[in-house]
Design a binder for this molecule. Sequence first.
Ligand SMILES: [Zn+2]
Ligand SMILES: [Zn+2]
Ligand SMILES: [Zn+2]
Length: 372
Amino acid sequence: MNKPLPDVIADILSYHGAIVDKEDNSYFDVIVPPDVSDILNIPEYARLTFSNGETSNEAIYASYDSEFFISIRNLFANRGKFTIARCETYIPHKEKISRLLSENIAFGNATFRLEKKEIKDITYLLIYFKYTAVSDEKHEGILPVLINSMNLSVAPFENSINDLAERLKEVDFTPEHPKCGSLKILQSAYAACTGMIQARLKDFKKSLEKRLNRDIKRVYEYYETLKAESRTVIERKFIASEKQDNIELLTRKLDAIEAEQKWKIQDLISKYALSIKVEPVAIFSIETNAPVFWINIKRRLASRLFPVTYNPIMKQIDSLPCESCFNPTEGYYICDDHLHIVCGNCLKTCPNCSKKYCMACHKLCPKCKRNG
Ligand SMILES: [Zn+2]
Ligand SMILES: [Zn+2]
Ligand SMILES: [Zn+2]
């Protein structure tokens, strides 16, 4: 799922008609068409390298912090920020579909039944997000996600874009293209991607916390020893009835140690604070003609029609979205007020007043206005 940058670059260049001769993950040779050569400002025959140390005269440095990487965006910008393509549809048998529905869809607190089915034009966006996580270390990566613009189901895109490219036909770009620019779709993909990145960085975050706690303990203990020593000296001088001035001087020193201890710990917390930046670097808009199954979801006396889709790109049923985090974990539930589909993580139980609430309806507990 976490594709190395050279693979992503190779995919993007191949998609734009280049021939890529990939030696290993540190460099590869490419022959690019003249228009791509102009856009990227590289020769038609070029060697790309991904490790900074190995930059030689002929090799072009192409990692995240390179000019080449920035220019890759122009491949998409010159086509109106999007590449639009149409994917040929494969429609599975009816029996297979009903089996897929019952296998893939279940709610913890509601039932559903298939109401009707139809074939519809659906646009999927394949968005390549780049993330940079910085604390005392830097972690970078590319995460491609596929979002269904009809029901906002998001999944990490694990297939090779080359395999997909064989099934795609390019379509002329029209700025009015209705679905590619919708803010809600991009926001949902961004939210899902942020959740996926958090999960991917779990081990890194754990090690970060471990190192932070270790360093805080060290600093804390060091200053506690200093403070204990100062206190002993003060007591001794007090017993020896030394001059008040001397004792006051030592007390001020103790205060200074205390302040420095607090400041040092704060410093460690900011040193290990993790900031994550996520930005889209490329977007493919893929039009499909896909089977849509309208299910009627029943929760108590209320019901809601929802489109479940068969994804012709991934050749599987799209998983249901969580309409709060878009990266569902721990099952699906239906909210009482608006019948949102939310995951186990987004149907919260308030720790203060025990009220259950839907995160798609409320960001804070509606009863006590506190954060779950
Ligand atoms: Zn959720
Ligand atoms: Zn509450
Ligand atoms: Zn809700």
